[in-house]
Design a protein around this ligand. Structure first.
Ligand code: MTE
Ligand code: HPA
Ligand code: MOS
Length: 767
């Protein structure tokens, strides 16, 4: 089975927010943002803007009828600034005008008087000043402090990873309509329709039943619309509620890049201890997460970092501590991997450091320490149905690990100015929302009297193919063709109290609910068939749209069966609720069973570095991945390819730059580089591991959305390997992304050391 959406996408038929026909009388909104990163908001002069052509309203915090608060985990984020501003780009006022152009023109006429306050952009500085979003947390198993003395080798270091811009193709936006009951209806580009509904209800002082949120599909989310679609939905709704006119608010690309949060940059300290046999005995790590100016999802992201601090390895003594640090940057947020990649980058750095110091290949240390069945994670969940070693060993056989390593060595012996590098990147990623109550979903299934089927769930389609998967689950459970099934828009009035489409768990949660609802309908129809056609219930099934009694055609098909059930007044609608069983986690001891299961895999990366220019290519990415029993290989392979390339971008070229004033310098695609087809690996192989899948995965097909991003981490270490082959193994900092500039500097450490003072002087003089 294929992906159901792409034909419509390439023909331009798919409807995104901006394709919704605009109603007459619609007002366009534009947001006035704070020009300073921190200060006291003394006054706002809107008089000139208010008088500008086409402008009908300018709304500020005082116009909010309900509560001026949209914080999800911590109530620390006003919808519109009040009293203080905490980051550049923070929404301060909403301009409504008859045209989009008029709304944007009026923004330039607003002036804010702000008394500046000190600006913090560095998470370690924030931590030193006690600027924490939530108290620090520590995950601990064994006793690392007591172990160091007994270790044969101990290494310490610092690892830094940068932020990442989501760069969904469709920017943030919403279109809100007043409804006849005094409420609002919002078409929103959000991963979390219920979050938009809940916060808008609070902002407007309404019950949630007065706020309807509808989502057809997103042009990408990648986590950036899990929480951060909410302000635009709530602002459009505020405009519609006050003016009683439809209000449309869509951010242009640069506004989106300036105003929204990104992947969290981390700065971390590590200490790793190994025994003489290269077994990792102890690991200590302290993470400083750059949260930005408000909590947003940062505490949950920080928690997932702790869950993934040891990646795919068993370490008996672990002490992992994380600080979520408040800085004057836009609040950072969910991004594919949700803190996991940041944690995994640090232990991979620690292993690389040990390998480099000991003069052994990192792969030797990695392979020796892979998780095995029954091993404990630091949070005391056991690795069950663990495929870490299987993934590694299958990849090693399939792709000839020793051969690939030998090829690189041989190449490097023969070439002076071009070097190749190689790395292995195992991954282990926990599937479930780490906040246990979020692991629930519902489905509402209608069988229409003509035999066609409509399915509503809380799942949001953002390109990951969840609608195709849900249609497939419904068709397979009912025994009918997928062409009869339509997956409806995601709407809060049809399916309520939904978790966001996130944590890679959307297909599992909503798919299981769909399966339950369809199974109930199928049973009801079969019971009806027994009576109607006097058949034995034993062995009765619907297969390929035919009713079969013990494998023999019962002379009735799906359409006849549904029609006769309808006329006999059999209920043809079902609603089901699914809650992932057996999950628990105690946040006071940081122990429990937070994940339904883990996903495993191993990637081999080969790169070539031009040692005169610092430029490089990713020659090959070869992956053995644990899909379980994939029921849609086209979609699943697409997720691996897309996720891996997104991970390569994070690790190599995507560099978010803020200046000391908290102004985003990488504010457009001129100054922020993302991978294109030329940056993608020339060879990208995906091998489907033969694993049974997990009973908690939908149809035993494991969650696939986020895990592949972490294969991209391998590219960082392959580049490092190539650089070291050229520059003679001088120590290098662990600092991602490994941009061509950074590669060039790393290739010539003595040159840079000798010239850096002169360079600094030159830069100072020229500015
Ligand atoms: N794939 C596409 N094409 N577009 C996206 O926005 N988001 C990723 C991943 N794959 C995303 C994507 C993220 S961050 C998550 S959590 C999952 O898809 C969400 O969908 P799932 O739970 O159905 O895997
Ligand atoms: N993953 C992704 N999104 C989330 C999570 C999580 O664990 N918790 C809350 N939002
Ligand atoms: Mo994905 S970061 O959980 O939306």
């Amino acid at each position: 089975m294929n992906h159901l959406d792409p034909n419509r996408h390439v023909r331009g038929e798919s409807q995104y927010l901006d394709d919704v026909p605009v109603q007459q009388g619609t007002l366009y909104a534009a947001v006035f943002e704070s020009p300073l990163a921190h200060g006291v908001l003394k006054s706002l002069d809107i008089s000139a803007a208010r008088a500008a052509p086409g402008v009908t309203h300018i709304l500020t915090a005082t116009d909010i009828p309900g509560i001026n608060q949209i914080g999800g985990i911590v109530p620390d984020e006003p919808l519109l600034a009040e009293g203080h501003v905490h980051f550049r780009g923070q929404p301060v006022a909403l301009v409504l005008a008859r045209t989009e152009h008029q709304a944007h023109a009026a923004l330039k006429l607003i002036t804010a008087e702000i008394a500046p306050l000190p600006i913090i952009t560095d998470p370690r500085v924030a931590a030193a000043q006690g600027e924490l979003i939530v108290p620090p947390r520590t995950f601990k198993i064994g006793d690392s402090a007591a172990t160091w003395a007994a270790c044969a080798h101990v290494f310490e270091g610092v690892a830094e990873s940068g932020g990442q811009e989501h760069l969904y193709i469709e920017t943030q936006g919403a279109y809100a309509f007043p409804t006849e009951m005094g409420g609002v209806r919002i078409i929103s580009s959000t991963q979390g329709p219920t979050a938009v509904q809940r916060h808008t209800a609070h902002v407007l002082g309404l019950g949630m039943h007065q706020v309807e949120v509808d989502v057809t599909r997103l042009g990408g989310g990648f986590g950036g619309k899990e929480d951060q679609a909410t302000p635009w939905g709530a602002l459009a709704a505020l405009g519609a509620f006050i003016t009683k006119k439809p209000v449309k608010l869509v951010l242009d690309r640069m506004a989106d890049m300036r105003m929204t949060g990104k992947r969290h940059p981390y700065s971390s300290d590590f200490k790793i201890g190994l025994d003489a046999d290269l077994k990792i005995v102890a690991y200590e790590v302290t993470f400083f997460q750059n949260a930005g100016a408000a909590a947003d999802l940062s505490p949950a992201v920080m928690e997932r970092t702790l869950f993934h601090a040891t990646n795919s390895y068993f370490v008996p003594n672990v002490t992992a501590t994380a600080y979520s640090c408040r800085t004057n940057l836009p609040p950072n947020t969910a991004f594919r991997g949700f803190g996991g990649p940041q944690g995994m980058f640090v232990i991979e750095s620690a292993i690389a450091k040990a390998a480099e110091e000991l003069g052994v290949p990192a792969s030797e240390i990695q392979r020796k320490n892979l998780l095995r069945e029954g091993d404990l994670f630091s949070y005391r969940q056991q690795a069950e149905m663990c495929h870490a070693e299987q993934a590694w060993d299958t990849a090693a056989r399939q792709y000839n690990l020793a051969g690939l390593q030998a090829e690189v060595e041989q190449f490097n012996e023969q070439h002076k100015l071009v070097k190749k590098g190689f790395s292995v990147m195992p991954i282990c990623f926990g599937i479930s929302f780490t906040k246990t109550p979020m692991n629930q979903a519902r489905a509402l299934v209608h069988i229409y009297s003509d035999g066609s089927v409509g399915v509503s769930t809380g799942a949001v389609e953002m390109g990951q193919g969840v609608n195709t998967k849900i249609a497939h689950v419904a068709a397979r459970t009912l025994g009918i063709s997928v062409n009869r099934v339509k997956v409806e828009s995601t709407n809060t009035t049809r399916v309520a109290n939904t978790s966001p489409s996130a944590a890679s768990a959307t297909a599992d949660l909503n798919g299981k609910a769909t399966e339950m609802a369809c199974a109930a309908l199928r049973e009801r129809l079969l019971q009806h068939a027994c009576l109607e056609y006097t058949l034995n219930y034993e062995g009765l099934e619907i297969h390929d749209e035919q009713v079969l009694a013990a494998g023999v055609s019962a002379d009735t098909d799906w359409e006849k069966l549904v029609s006769s059930a309808f006329w006999k007044r059999v209920a043809l609608t079902e609603n089901a609720h699914y809650a992932t069983p057996d999950l628990h986690f105690d946040a006071s001891t940081n122990t429990g069973h937070p994940f339904a299961y883990h996903v495993y895999g191993t990637a081999f990366t080969t790169v070539t570095v031009d040692c005169l220019r610092g430029t490089y290519t990713v020659d090959a990415l070869r992956i053995a991945h644990d899909f379980g029993q994939s029921f849609n290989e086209v979609i699943d392979r697409g997720q691996i390819e897309g996720g891996a390339v997104q991970g390569i971008g994070w690790m190599t070229m995507e560099e978010i730059a803020y200046n000391d004033e908290g102004r985003l310098l990488s504010n457009s695609l001129n100054s922020y580089k993302i991978p294109d087809i030329y940056a993608a690996p020339a060879v990208l192989d995906v091998h489907f591991l033969d694993t049974p899948g997990h009973p908690k995965a939908i149809l035993r097909s494991k969650a696939v959305g986020e895990p592949p991003l972490m294969y991209g981490i391998g590219t960082y270490f392959a580049l490092r390997d190539a650089v070291r082959a050229f520059q003679g193994h001088t120590a290098l900092p662990f600092s991602a992304p490994m941009t061509p500039e950074k590669v060039l500097v790393s290739l010539y450490p003595e040159f840079v050391a000798a010239n850096s003072d002169q360079q600094k002087a030159a830069v100072t003089a020229s500015t």
